[in-house]
Write a protein that binds this ligand. Structure first.
Ligand SMILES: [Fe+2]
Length: 202
């Protein structure tokens, strides 16, 4: 079995004018697909079975684990954006955001500040740690926030390929643009039904 490019949950033009179809084409059909092709080639070359992306995160083969993380991150990211999603989280998560960050607007400001403070490529995440507090974290390069002790609720791609065609070197403009694209229904569901990963049985 090899991994296939999962379908985008919306049309490539649907995120305009915030993110162009040109950007989605390059990002989804370019970078995401290339990552999966490289992952499949690595699996074939090493004679390993695919299983799931989540299981491959535990691989001792660093390249396999890195490629699985980057592939997982991208699928998660596409679902974090939506032209149709709710503009706010549900009441329970919203109250938690208010307690932790002050308000939804303050959370957006904190996300932008953290993302702008990060030098280089990576991912920004809103996570819930061990069913406890909410937290904003950054993972470098292709690393994922998915881990045994935390659940990612929201993931934002900070690689330049996510916005360069639309905003050139202006990461702040990209972050402001996707404020209105965040799919709070998906974020809320990630909090209600946490994604959990466990190491493979020995
Ligand atoms: Fe990306």
């Amino acid at each position: 079995m090899s991994f296939e490019l999962p379908a985008l949950p919306y049309d490539r033009h649907s995120l305009e004018p915030h993110l162009s179809a040109t950007t989605l084409d390059a990002h989804y059909s370019g970078h995401h697909l290339a990552c999966l092709k490289r992952l499949n080639a690595r699996l074939e070359n090493t004679g390993q079975t695919a299983g799931s992306l989540e299981l491959l995160l535990w691989s001792e083969d660093e390249e396999l684990a890195w490629l699985a993380a980057e592939a997982w991150n991208h699928t998660f990211y596409w679902h974090c954006l939506s032209p149709w999603g709710s503009a706010t989280p549900d009441a329970r998560l919203g109250a938690d955001i208010d307690t932790t960050f002050g308000s939804l607007s303050a959370l957006h400001d904190a996300i932008e500040a953290a993302a702008l403070n990060h030098f280089g490529s990576g991912w920004l995440w809103l996570v819930r740690r061990s069913r406890g507090p909410l937290e904003i974290i950054i993972t470098g390069d292709g690393q994922t926030a998915l881990a045994a002790d935390r659940t990612p609720l929201l993931g934002i791609d900070l690689w330049e390929h996510a916005w360069y065609l639309d905003y050139q070197n202006d990461r702040a403009a990209y972050l402001k643009a996707i404020r209105s694209l965040i799919n709070w229904d998906f974020v809320t569901q990630n909090d209600l039904n946490p994604i959990s990963i466990a190491p493979p049985a020995q």
